[in-house]
Design a protein around this ligand. Structure first.
Ligand code: PSU
Ligand code: MN
Length: 302
């Protein structure tokens, strides 16, 4: 199974240049059109400006793409009925010729296949509130345990059970490196009530942690938790009530399984009249820049 590489990605691979993978579920299920397309383009531009090559990953009509052309990105951003592909669904989409967006889990799989060690996104999936009865735990966490890709995210959203998410990451042996903070970041908020499992200060230090873990022969990836920039963060009293309301609605409407995360994101965007979206865009761009720095630092250590 050879992915189809965009020209700039094929070149970067051949030349050993720094690359940063990007997921596509954030485009198809995480943000409305046209902000999803604008953000995807902006994030790619941010990575290039920081000296790395972006590789947005998706399955288009049964073909795994690593790096999308402008036309492919634009088509995907407007497509209806795009599958949401995690580890369990990736081969199905390829075998049946479907179009699907990759989550954190399947983007990690494709990035690793392509020799891309760093991946930037907004937030990861985690342990959902009520998981003790629903068993709803994102495959993202198990992927972090097995696939050697560093995922840069702004922590995780308070739609999840953050303490359980950190507990499971620890059980799975996933290092959670928090960039310049003593608190595990909570997506729209710079801080949660949870202490940072591990604190790092720079891209160089993060690259050293990644290289050392690989040298020890330990399998699996890293979660790099990067807090949203101060100026873009939302106040707790604005966002927490909105999250609670969205969770009650999901419950009342019986939303389950794969639909939970997209439903909650959509309701929160509506309820904050776009303020959550503006913050979301700012944090993804911030993560893309850090991802490019880590990728460059990793190339320098080789
Ligand atoms: N969390 C966010 N934004 C997102 C997602 C999660 O803050 O867009 C997406 C990512 O693609 C993530 C997926 O991998 O949702 C997790 O879905 P689930 O909870 O169904 O595993
Ligand atoms: Mn789930």
């Amino acid at each position: 199974m050879t992915p189809r590489y965009a020209p700039e990605v094929a070149e970067a691979r051949a030349e050993g240049r720094p690359m940063v993978a990007l997921e596509s579920t954030i485009i198809t299920h995480g943000m409305p059109y046209p902000q999803n397309l604008e953000t995807a383009q902006q994030v790619e531009a941010d990575i290039r400006a920081a000296g790395a090559v972006p590789a947005t990953i998706a399955v288009l009509e049964g073909q795994l793409h690593v790096g999308l052309t402008e036309a492919e990105l634009s088509t995907l951003a407007q497509a209806q009925d795009v599958l949401k592909l995690s580890r369990a669904d990736l081969a199905y989409a390829l075998a049946t010729g479907r179009t699907g967006a990759t989550t954190v889990a399947s983007t990690m799989i494709a990035a690793h296949m392509a020799g891309i060690a760093v991946f930037a996104t907004g937030g990861i999936g985690g342990v959902h509130r009520g998981a003790e009865t629903s068993f709803d735990v994102s495959a993202d966490l198990y992927e972090l345990a097995r696939t050697p890709v560093a995922v840069v995210a702004a922590g995780a959203k308070a739609i999840l059970d953050l303490p359980k998410t950190l507990e499971l990451l620890e059980s799975l042996g996933v290092p959670v490196l928090c960039n310049g903070t003593d608190s595990f970041p909570a997506f729209w908020m710079r801080e949660s009530t949870l202490p940072a499992p591990l604190r790092v200060e720079s891209a160089t230090e993060i690259a050293a942690c990644i290289a050392t873990r690989a040298a020890l022969g330990l399998k699996g990836g890293h979660l790099i938790a990067n807090p949203i920039p101060e100026a873009d963060a939302l106040p707790e009293d604005q966002i927490l009530p909105v999250i609670e309301a969205a969770l009650s609605e999901a419950d009342a409407q019986g939303i389950a399984a794969k639909d939970v995360t997209p439903f909650l994101l959509g309701r929160i965007f509506e309820a904050t009249e776009g303020r959550s979206l503006t913050a979301n865009i700012a944090l993804v761009r911030n993560n893309a820049r850090l991802g490019a720095e880590i990728a460059s630092a990793l190339v320098a250590t080789r």
